[in-house]
Design a protein around this ligand. Structure first.
Ligand code: PMP
Length: 796
């Protein structure tokens, strides 16, 4: 029943089948464009045998909700499970918008915007697929599409399949219309009566649907032209013939036109699979469809080796490729053209049809050569932005004007020339095109305390490298998840204890400690403040090692605690070291609170090795501030609670996790310190929003890892750039660099600010400035600006 053929014969048959034989649907499309709703009612009567005159084309919202409420709970749970997996997988596909500065100095942007309104087509007929609702609507929602509508054919009674309706509600489809085939596609492409016009149509369908998609393409976006479904299974003698046969049958039951092909490296496997098909077929309810599919479009192809099988699969570029050979992962890595690759004995194609997470809307009939599966990216459009400065326009226009003239477009040339000559006449810094407002704001901004407000006003044009923030905002998809979750929370209630506990647990597993050692804070700044408030009655001073994080001194002064300083001293080969004798003395005082910033802000030094032993058994209270821990990996958390029980570690989500704006940090301490902290902790110090964001961010360690990797790579790049400029910098342990400069740091900061770059200067170290590692374009802008500043100060 399943034909045997050689690789050449299989490829020949495939080539012959590839040209889509599609019916002519021009008449249907024109009818819908002309008559709107009335045409849809006529088409439903003609093709679906349904009378929609009384009930209309649109499914009432109440009917959708009723379908959801009445649906089998177990089935709904299964759909929800599938939707969760699909959402997780597709969230990882959402790309990042970015901005950069071109080598000519123009600001260039690539902004990903979701498509506004998407129409999904869900086939009805003999096999209604709620899984298709999941596979189309969920990725659209992940991408941020505002409105998803759906067309699906009605049954003879006019009703739409109830499970499809329930899935639509679950996946965020806002409106559903009783329309099938080419008419549905035309209605969504052009708008028809109550069916609104959409910007893109996605989803599989029969030959009429595909023909209509081809016809309307251009007037509306479409995902792909779907042909019949297909699987190509590569198997060797290690494969279980019963499973191979079951998988071929599973594919063939879709449709008489579906194609199920075994490429076998073993003659005996091929024989046994054939026998298995014969014995399994009578057990299947759709055996007539399966028999027709296997005999017309199925094949068993024998090849000599796994390599030959892979080469044939790559030529065929099938929709589904299943690998059932001895070392399946290795074979899978050689597949270069396929919709989805299913690896190993435990991975049949149907698990991908429903549940695995990747999309089941896949390129068929060899189109995997030029596109992949439906993805979140199908619902996003990049918008390019270009913003020239006067100087960059001058640089770029010289060549652009030549090209415009060569193309005979003197209007183009004139539009650039008029501006270029205005810039030249105005002189480099008196540019008429430069934002006068930005310049005056920057001039006012010179005093350090005013920088903050200026950043807020002009942040779009300033490279902000002064606060050790992450240059990477969290991905839009994660933001969307946070927003989705927060909107479900009651805003009239205080943050709930379970949520606080969840976040404490997540922090605990992040830090690899027990949850009862964790105290939450609105940023680690608040933890520092809580510590001083809690310990004020028990200590008589605070010890710090400047230059260090300025907040320690500020809070100590604010709560009336005297500050004792043990200044760091610069070593002969660069790097700042601790005066160990003085520190050991302080650690022996039981009425001191000692702050150790490790790695140290702003110098970048790491003290772990030298202090581990003395900190662990200190009699003083000790806070080790590990705000930048992720950028070096070192920690003293293993010493908590320590021999004295007086050690505490602080961490934050503001840096590596990129959540500075949401204020979340935590302390890890032993029972005594934890109890003291809890005694001053305000009830509900972390807002519901911060807690939700923290919980979501902590569940995505992959994002933190990739952000940290990018920052480390950029840190090396900035360090090399500084060395090229002849400047020395401190140790590479955090997301900033401490740079020694030839003139006072404040002067460098001021001159950089004139070039729209913000860095930090340090009161306790006037010959240095501190620069945060930014995004690649920010670092390049900083290095270029610094080069120009150094030239200026050297000339002087
Ligand atoms: N500790 C150090 C060493 C810091 O540099 C900072 C912020 N710059 C903080 C703590 C405060 O971080 P958070 O945003 O968690 O309050």
């Amino acid at each position: 029943m399943i034909p045997r053929m050689t690789p050449a014969e299989y490829m020949q048959r495939r080539a012959a089948a590839l040209s889509l034989q599609l019916p002519d649907v021009t008449e249907i499309v024109s009818e819908v464009r002309r008559d709107g709703d009335a045409a849809l009612v006529r088409l439903a009567a003609k093709y679906d045998g349904a009378d929609l005159t009384a009930i209309g084309v649109e499914v009432a919202r109440s009917e959708m909700e009723q379908a959801f409420t009445c649906a089998d709970r177990n089935l709904l749970r299964s759909i929800e499970h599938a939707a969760d997996n699909v959402r997780d997988y597709h969230s990882k596909q959402v790309g990042q918008s970015w901005e950069c500065t071109s080598s000519d100095g123009a600001r260039l942007g690539y902004r990903l915007e979701p498509i506004e309104r998407v129409g999904i087509y869900v086939p009805g007929g003999t096999a209604p697929y709620p899984s298709t609702v999941v596979m189309t609507a969920v990725p659209a929602k992940v991408a941020g599409v505002r409105e998803v509508i759906m067309c699906t054919p009605p049954g003879r009674s006019g009703a739409v399949n109830q499970l499809i309706l329930a899935a639509a509600v679950l996946c965020g489809v806002s409106r559903v219309f009783r329309a099938g085939g080419a008419g549905a596609i035309a209605a969504m492409a052009y708008g028809a009566g109550c069916v609104p016009r959409v910007d893109k149509i996605v989803g599989p369908g029969n030959a009429f649907v595909t023909a209509a998609k081809r016809l309307v393409w251009g007037d509306v976006g479409i995902d792909m032209l779907a042909g019949p479904s297909e699987v190509l299974i590569i198997a060797d003698s290690s494969a279980n013939p019963a499973l191979v046969a079951a998988d071929l049958i599973a594919q063939a039951e879709h449709d008489p036109l579906a194609s199920a092909v075994l490429v076998s490296v073993s003659r005996s496997l091929a024989d046994r699979v054939e026998a298995e098909i014969s014995s399994q077929l009578p057990l299947r309810s759709r055996r007539a469809v399966i028999r027709e599919s296997l005999s017309r479009w199925g094949a068993i192809v024998e090849v000599d080796s796994v390599e030959d099988a892979i080469s044939l699969a790559n030529q065929a570029s099938a929709e589904h490729v299943q690998i059932m050979v001895d070392n399946p992962r290795q074979a899978a890595s050689s597949i270069r053209s396929a919709g989805t690759v299913f690896v190993g004995e435990y991975t049949p194609t149907p698990i991908g049809d429903y549940m695995a997470g990747p999309n089941h809307v896949l390129p068929t009939m060899g189109s995997a050569r030029h596109r992949g599966s439906l993805s979140a990216g199908d619902f996003l459009r990049p918008i390019n932005t270009v913003e020239c400065t006067a100087e960059s326009l001058l640089v770029a226009s010289a060549d652009a004007i030549m090209l415009a003239r060569a193309e005979g477009l003197d209007g183009h040339a004139a539009s650039m020339e008029m501006r270029a000559s205005a810039v030249q006449n105005a002189g480099r810094f008196g540019s008429v095109l430069r934002s006068a407002k930005a310049v005056s704001l920057m001039q006012q901004a010179q005093p350090a305390h005013r920088v903050q407000s200026v950043q807020q006003v002009i942040s779009p044009i300033v490279v902000k490298l002064d606060a050790n923030e992450s240059p990477l905002d969290i991905p839009e998809a994660l933001k969307a998840d946070i927003v989705r979750e927060i909107t479900k929370m009651p805003f009239n209630r205080y943050p709930c204890a379970d949520l606080e506990q969840d976040v404490a647990n997540a922090f605990a597993s992040e830090a690899d400690v027990d949850a009862d050692r964790v105290t939450l804070g609105a940023g680690s700044d608040e933890i520092i403040q809580m510590t001083m408030l809690a310990l004020r009655p028990r200590i008589d001073h605070v010890t710090i090692m400047p230059p260090t994080f300025t907040v320690y001194r500020r809070i100590a002064e604010a709560v009336g605690l005297p500050v004792h300083e043990i200044p760091l001293s610069e070593g002969p080969s660069g790097g700042f070291g601790i005066d160990m004798d003085a520190l050991e003395r302080e650690l022996r005082c039981d009425d001191a609170l000692v702050f150790i910033c490790n790695p140290n802000n702003p110098t970048g030094d790491l003290f772990t090795r030298g202090i581990r032993e003395i900190v662990a058994c200190a009699r003083a209270y000790v806070v080790v501030d590990e705000a930048y821990h992720e950028f070096c990996g070192d920690t003293l958390i293993t010493e908590v609670p320590g021999r004295s029980g007086r050690l505490m570690i602080t961490r934050t989500l503001s840096k590596a996790f990129g959540l500075a704006g949401l204020r979340a940090g935590f302390a890890v301490a032993g029972p005594l310190m934890t109890q003291l902290l809890q005694s001053v902790r305000l009830p509900y110090n972390c807002s519901t929003l911060s807690l939700v964001a923290a919980r979501q961010a902590l569940a995505r360690p992959d994002l933190k890892r990739s952000a940290v990797n990018l920052i480390l790579k950029e840190r090396a790049h900035v360090a090399a750039g500084l060395s090229e400029l002849g400047l020395s910098h401190g140790a590479l342990n955090a997301n900033f660099l401490f740079v020694r400069c030839p003139v006072p740091g404040d002067e460098i900061r001021r001159r950089l600010m004139e070039r729209e770059v913000l860095v930090r200067c340090i009161e306790d170290a006037p010959d240095f400035f501190r620069v945060t590692i930014g995004a690649p374009w920010e670092n390049s802008t900083f290095l270029n600006a610094l080069g120009a500043v150094l030239e200026e100060v050297e000339v002087r």
